[in-house]
Design a protein around this ligand. Sequence first.
Ligand code: ZN
Ligand code: ZN
Length: 275
Amino acid sequence: MNFYSLGSGSSGNCYYLGNGQQGILIDAGISTKAVNKFLKEIDVPMHTIMGVLITHNHNDHIKGLKVLTRKHNIPVFTTRKIWNSILTSNREISTDCIREIVLQQKFHLAGFDIESFPVCHDAPETIGFHICTGDKKMTVATDLGIICQTAAPYIKAANLLVIESNYDEQMLVNGRYPYYLKKRIKSDHGHLSNHQTSEFLADNFNENLSNICLAHLSKNNNTPEIALQTLQNTLSKRGIILKDQQRITVLNRNIPTEMITLTSSSFPEDSSSIS
Ligand SMILES: [Zn+2]
Ligand SMILES: [Zn+2]
């Protein structure tokens, strides 16, 4: 599977996952024009996108949905509760594209087995996705204040992990945001700090984790260098050394990040992936 981040952060989130012949998008927080342009750069035509998975109703995740559904008629998959929260303020989204999924119930799309799981965030409902093909597993968990017990197994099971590393605690505390906003970001329903993400990854580091993508970095309260350094320092303090094939990538906020390819080492097996 090829993973390609088209944008990650409060200005807009959108990820492509596929093999060129068929694929999916995760979130649609950038314009459809930008999606078209960025996919063209990797030779992925829009008609090969079989569906869009949506994590929650915040604008940086759904901004492009109107045009994506009206112009390209692409089916959009999320829970009933998230659909309701989207449709109350976005009446122009084509209802023909509505596909409802059930939390933690597997469904099949574009050659992937996909399962959604709940995360803690300040939207009516927010979900992450665990996506499997063959023996490869990917988990996307952005926009979460803490890693709760329900989300943790999906995050631990990933070969390719896209996880939020939103803010540096010092930058947030010393920054210009008003008190209520700082409190919101730091709360259990806000965002994950570099420290929280690094500690969780160090606690649960394993050899199957081949790619860590640090995602949804704050523009004002983080830098790619600080996010990366925090994770590297935390891992090395614990004596964790990355193997040759293990990579850490910080996803760019407004432009695509170099494609990551995971190759299946064996034929599809029993996909009961969560232990
Ligand atoms: Zn967001
Ligand atoms: Zn959000």
